[in-house]
Design a binder for this molecule. Structure first.
Ligand code: NZQ
Ligand code: ZN
Length: 380
């Protein structure tokens, strides 16, 4: 096992109606609130009203920044940070999924100094202060609610990248599975794919950590077991709660302690290229990229892939393991090939060249330009 430090300061409120604690938590943090949300789902499903009721009860002054888009961009983060600065914000509430919460985390470190969001993402500057972030999670997928990472894209440089620092953990996260009842079937499936992918990234990071292997395997099994049920009964509390907690645990450290990194993240880098080029939902990029990556790696790490397949599916080879993952992703209608997502073979060169330019790779399993070419072929 590699050495590791455990540090996770996020206080999580999990369960039915936990939002009723929001007012008193905000009161402890200050009076001026910046409320950040996305394109409007929170208004349709009542989550916005629940938050505003709590804020009214505690006498908070609310400034809103709406319109964060899926696959969020740094321009919105800079605009929201300016708004926060102008209004002397004490605390940020992020109501949404990974896109909203990731944006809010970077807003939180850019407000005071002030800093430019892309400089933070590229680690050109080191944040020294942050405004506390309260996350109200509305979709189970990324695990951002209990980790210090943010993933943003910059159209000017043609990059979608991740960054994390300890100042960026949400201070509080509210996880009410009922808030995910309204997530449509496609995004529910992408959330399942994403949480499985996070467990796999941890699993394929270097270092021997048997308990982390078992956590990762269990999270994958949990997700695969509940997937057909949650898709059939989207308003079933038991299924939504199991999915929500699995997603949080897939990327809050549980599955990677004792390894050389939080994950390999090579497949995510490939997925970010697809999100950037075709604005594909994050999870959908991963059900395409993971099988292709595994096919590339099966000559290099056959025993590791076989072991995973044995534990999860009871199969005995790397090929069967990969086939089982593809079958599962297909069964939940998460795309497995680029053509499933409507991306034709005429885009091959475009994808390879952006992967080359941005040096898409993992922390452990390094990918060369030749590998990029092979992976893109394998995604068709
Ligand atoms: O914009 P709104 O109206 O809120 O609609 C969203 C959006 O269209 C909708 N939605 C969310 N909750 C809903 C809902 N619709 C109905 N009912 C609800 N309760 O779902 C759509 C997708 O939302 P988004 O926030 O983009 O989804 P997700 O949570 O999957 O986040 C994806 C982003 O997170 C990044 C991804 O790269 C991507 O940019 N990631 C962040 C990570 C992290 N911080 O740790 C790790 C991940 O690997 C990932 O890279
Ligand atoms: Zn992910």
């Amino acid at each position: 096992m590699e050495n590791f430090t455990v540090f996770n300061p996020t206080q999580v409120f999990f369960g039915k109606n936990v939002i009723n604690n929001l007012g008193k938590i905000v009161q402890q943090s200050g009076r001026n609130v910046l409320l950040i949300y996305g394109k409007g789902s929170v208004k349709k499903n009542g989550i916005y009203n629940d938050i505003i009721n709590q804020l009214n009860q505690c006498g908070a002054k609310v400034t809103e920044y709406a319109g964060i888009r899926p696959n969020p961009i740094t321009k919105d983060v800079n605009k929201a940070a300016l708004l926060g600065r102008q209004n002397n914000i004490d605390v940020i509430i992020a109501a949404g999924g990974g896109s909203v919460i990731d944006s809010a985390k970077v807003v939180s470190v850019c407000i005071c100094e002030p800093l430019d969001a892309w400089d933070v993402m590229k680690a050109k500057v080191k944040p020294r202060t942050s405004v506390p972030v309260i996350a109200v999670l509305t979709i189970a997928a990324t695990g951002t609610e209990m980790n210090p990472y943010s993933v943003l894209q910059n159209p000017a440089t043609k990059e979608k990248i991740g960054f994390g620092c300890s100042l960026m953990y949400p201070k509080y996260s509210f996880l009410d599975p009922q808030y995910t009842f309204s997530v449509p079937a496609d995004y529910t499936a992408y959330g399942i794919t994403d949480l499985i992918a996070h467990s796999l990234e941890a699993y394929f990071s270097f270092g021997k950590a048997d308990l982390s292997d078992r956590f990762a395997e269990s999270i994958i099994k949990e997700a695969m077991e509940i997937a057909p049920f949650v898709l059939k009964e989207p308003e079933n509390y038991a299924y939504r709660s199991r999915m929500m907690w699995a997603a949080t645990c897939a990327l809050n450290g549980t599955a990677s302690y004792g390894r050389s990194a939080s994950g390999d993240w090579g497949v995510h880098d490939i997925g970010h290229t697809l999100s950037f080029l075709y604005d594909m939902p994050h999870g959908a990029t991963l059900s395409i990229a993971y099988p292709a990556w595994l096919k590339l790696q099966k000559e290099r790490i056959p025993e590791r892939i076989r072991h995973l397949g044995k534990q999860i599916f009871g199969v005995n080879s790397a090929d069967e393991t990969i086939q089982k993952f593809e079958d599962f992703f297909r069964s939940i209608h998460s795309p497995v090939k680029l053509s499933d997502a409507g991306i034709g073979t005429d885009k091959k060169e475009e994808i390879v060249s952006l992967m080359n330019k941005n040096k898409a790779t993992g922390f452990n399993h390094k990918l060369t330009n030749e590998d990029h070419q092979k992976i893109v072929e394998l995604m068709y």
